[in-house]
Ligand binder design. Structure first.
Ligand code: 26W
Length: 823
């Protein structure tokens, strides 16, 4: 041990006094402010820095342990990490909530206000990004040495506001106030080459001469798991120019063009792509993908080689997970590094690559499967195109040797038919030893549809690993009333081992417990009532059923079906106000990709219907409709605990898994849903009698796609549906612009691709059953308790154990060991 490490540095927090001392110290010496003159921002920065200090010793110990024990490491490559706020979760994971609260009160600062002032890091679009964040939490909790690798976007997902019912987008600037969790690593820098050409030497060696080289710079955020014992790293890359200014140009007086390369380099990490990639953005998107994938692979190879000298043992010590096809270029880039930099043969490099990589697919929608034109690909990554052609040749030989008759054009990575291009899903599949879907149904559908041929060529490569969510954030931290009740009733094992929550099931039969479960829900609802009032000025009653649909706005998720049901219900109430209605508040939240016109029009429809319904004195509390703007991780944390009903109503076969469905059920909401994604498995676990399933199955939908489906006939045969569509189409909700929603009605009448009309009647029937069920308070509560008790399997910890066992081949401690603690 050298002199520096022998010095004892203790900043450990034992009590509120320690917290106070550390906060003041940070305020003065890190933030540079006198407590007298500090504003909320300063307190927040000081608190984050003080809490971050608590992670450092464990972080370093975790790293040391991984090196000393030569543990296998997991690298999770993802274009998106939707981490949200970190402060509250970290404080809770470390068990510091009581002293921190006390210290802040004594210092005259408001704990909850400080928590709210932390920016919500929205480095993702939706479920895929949030899954990556939940997985980081679980990998730390399970003590798996892991790194998340991604992009440090300066602007995350846009901020949504609603003007006159329409979505407006503003840039998100989470970094403006500084990201106090991160450590800049100026010494960790890699060259990222682009463009140029490949020249083959007389000895037959391919040499890439890139046209430009930029830099990737590392920024690390420590990620603590439950109880903070193990701390992993989220390493995000920022684009930097190889040189800030082109001096030749500058000296010639060309000041702006002297900065051009610098601007281009920084652009690569400027903005997160929304999920509707358009042509003009493609070049930048491909560069982003390569940029962060190359930096991550160079970094992990450097780490591996710092303690191993045999590169051929790489798969024994390294597992790399590709989160969708966004980092699929890793297949070619790892080969390039192994061959061009480390001198391996193509054959050996390919074998190592495949043993190291695995790929998670998150969607079967054809328009979402990435494909790059050969022209673009060849101009940005010429060497990779050569490597991919080589892989494709090997792969075609396997295909040709297979006994089955296959359409070889369909299985090729490089598509030579009219579409021409590199199929990234195929590349990821062929370059991985395991390919997983995110629910059981989704994995089956992968085998039957897009990957049918590849599955027959490489049987048993596809498996399903159903998604999961972290119980720390999505119950313990976001729902204190329920978490406290659970801890008092069954102890706290469930926080580190969610399947232990099953112990609460018998209490469903206990009337006193049901009363308390309801009281917890009521408390959460009252909090949301206040938020709705202050943010959108709508008064709602906490006694009404809170019916929640929160997710990206997309036609396949069918927010349209939900609002059409609201219209039907609105008319029914108007017709007979005196009947025994179950009061409901329909709550929507979600962003539409800026270029997705139909999704934006559906937001407008929801708001126009809301305006009519909410202001109609005949309706009163029987029905209210609320669209909460700027849905993000933080708003989800407040809506989910308050929900009674969870809308999971996608067209069957289209939602790969869903994770909001798990969060809502865990927090005591009943699901109304189709047999899609993980809803199928939720149904199996909570029991058919504790969930409201309706509508077409994935098989029905597939059959209709073949036989054809006549929505006109369905509309004509259903009076309610006809009335609803006539009203929407004729401007009942948009008298100032009667044709506003014509496009929606036309779509449903002539090309109802998402089967909204087909499921309408079944959905309405099921909603009326939900109404009746909600009226029976005791039975409703009993069923919600059984939902909470029976969804423990949907923990991200379970999902990560599955990945560890079936894909990564790494060991994990038992649940018992997690709860008993120890290093
Ligand atoms: C720009 C390319 C692109 C395209 C689509 C980026 C991001 C997307 C989506 C937002 C991907 C996504 O979030 N998929 C969701 O992944 C979840 C985690 O597996 C699943 O639970 C959801 O069903 C799936 O829609």
């Amino acid at each position: 041990m050298n002199a520096a490490t022998a010095v004892t540095l203790s900043r450990r927090i034992e009590d509120a006094e320690d917290v106070k001392r550390l906060i003041i110290e940070k305020l003065k010496y890190a933030v540079g402010k006198d407590p007298e003159h500090s504003v909320r921002q300063d307190w927040s920065a000081a608190l984050i820095l003080a809490v971050r200090d608590q992670l450092v010793d464990h972080w370093m110990a975790s790293t040391r342990r991984a090196y000393e024990q030569d543990q296998k490491r997991v690298y999770y490559l993802s274009m998106e990490f939707l981490i949200g706020r970190l402060l509250k979760d970290t404080i809770i994971n470390l068990g510091l909530e009581a002293p921190v609260r006390e210290a802040l009160t004594e210092l005259g600062a408001d704990y909850d206000e400080i928590l709210r002032s932390e920016p919500d890091a929205a480095l993702g679009n939706g479920g895929l990004g949030r899954l990556a964040a939940c997985f980081l939490d679980s990998m730390s909790t399970l003590g798996i040495p892991a790194h998340g690798y991604g992009i440090r976007y300066e602007n995350g997902l846009f901020r949504q506001s609603i003007h006159d019912g329409w979505q407006a987008e503003e840039p998100e600037d989470w970094l403006v106030t500084g990201h106090n969790w991160e450590f800049e690593r100026p010494e960790v820098i890699y060259n990222i080459p682009f463009g140029g050409e490949v020249i083959t030497t007389p000895e037959g060696k391919a040499v890439w001469h890139p046209a430009e080289v930029m830099l990737a710079a590392a920024y690390d955020t420590p990620i603590a798991g439950w109880r903070g014992r193990h701390v992993n790293t989220l390493r995000l890359w920022a684009g930097k120019p190889a040189k800030r200014v082109d001096l030749d140009r500058f000296n010639r007086g060309e000041y702006l063009s002297a900065m051009e390369a610098a601007v281009r380099a920084e652009t690569v990490s400027r903005i997160l792509y929304p999920d509707d990639t358009t042509e003009e953005g493609k070049n930048l998107r491909l560069r982003q993908e390569f940029f962060f994938t190359s930096a991550s692979l160079q970094d992990l190879l450097r780490r591996y080689l710092s303690s191993h000298d045999d590169i051929s043992k790489l798969p024994e010590k390294v597992a790399i997970q590709l989160n969708d096809t966004h980092p699929a270029i890793a297949v070619a880039e790892l080969m390039r590094l192994l061959v061009d930099t480390h001198g391996l043969s193509m054959e050996v490099a390919f074998q190592l690559t495949r043993e190291t990589l695995s790929y998670t697919n998150h969607t079967l929608m054809p328009e979402a499967l990435e494909r790059w034109s050969l022209q673009l690909f060849g101009s940005v990554l010429p060497r990779h195109l050569d490597i991919i052609r080589w892989i494709d040749e090997q792969h075609l030989r396997t295909a040709a040797a297979a006994k089955r008759t296959l359409d070889l054009e369909r299985v090729r990575i490089v598509d030579h038919t009219n579409g021409q291009g590199v199929r990234m899903g195929h590349l990821a599949f062929v370059g991985s030893h395991r390919v997983n879907g995110v629910s059981a149904l989704h994995a089956d559908l992968m085998k039957q549809t897009v990957f049918q041929d590849l599955d027959s060529l490489y049987p048993s490569r596809i498996l399903g690993v159903t998604n999961g969510v972290t119980p720390r954030r999505w119950l313990h931290s976001c729902n204190k009333p329920l978490s406290d009740l659970l801890i008092e009733t069954i102890g706290e094992d469930w926080i580190g081992d969610l399947e232990a929550i099953e112990a609460v099931a018998p209490y469903a039969e206990d009337a006193a417990f049901r009363e308390r479960f309801r009281a917890a829900k009521h408390e959460n609802k009252c909090r949301l009532v206040a938020e709705i009032q202050s943010r959108v000025g709508i008064h709602v009653s906490p006694d009404a059923m809170f019916d929640v649909q929160i997710k990206r706005m997309h036609e396949y998720k069918r927010q349209l079906l939900n609002i059409m049901e609201a219209v039907a219900q609105y008319f029914a109430i108007r017709n007979d106000p005196a009947a025994d209605w179950t009061p409901r508040v329909k709550i929507f939240g979600g962003k539409a990709a800026p270029g997705y016109e139909m999704a934006k029009l559906i937001i407008k429809l929801i708001n126009d219907v809301a305006r009519a319904v909410n202001s109609d004195p005949v309706i009163g509390d029987r029905l209210k409709i609320v669209f909460l703007p700027n849905y993000n991780v933080s708003t989800a944390e407040r809506i989910i605990p308050a929900a009674d009903l969870s809308e999971q109503i996608s067209t069957a076969g289209m939602e790969a898994s869903g994770t909001g469905n798990m969060k809502l059920a865990l927090n005591g909401a009943l699901t109304i849903g189709t047999l899609d994604g993980a809803n199928v498995e939720i149904c199996d676990r909570v029991g058919r009698e504790n969930i409201h399933i309706f509508g077409l199955t994935a098989e029905d939908v597939a059959n209709y796609r073949i036989s054809g489906y006549d929505s006109r006939a369905v509309i004509d045969g259903n009076e309610t549906l006809k009335t609803v569509l006539d009203a929407i189409g004729s401007g009942v909700f948009s008298p100032e612009d009667p044709n506003r929603f014509r496009a929606i009605v036309d779509r449903l009448s002539y090309d109802d691709y998402f089967f909204v009309t087909a499921d309408f009647a079944a959905y309405l029937d099921e909603q009326r059953k939900v109404d009746r069920a909600f009226m029976d308070k005791e039975d409703w509560t009993r069923r919600t308790i059984l939902n909470t008790a029976r969804v423990g399997w949907f923990s991200a910890d379970r999902a990560i154990r599955d990945y560890a066992r079936e894909i990564w081949n790494v060991e994990t401690p038992s649940a018992k060991e997690i709860n008993q603690g120890g290093e």
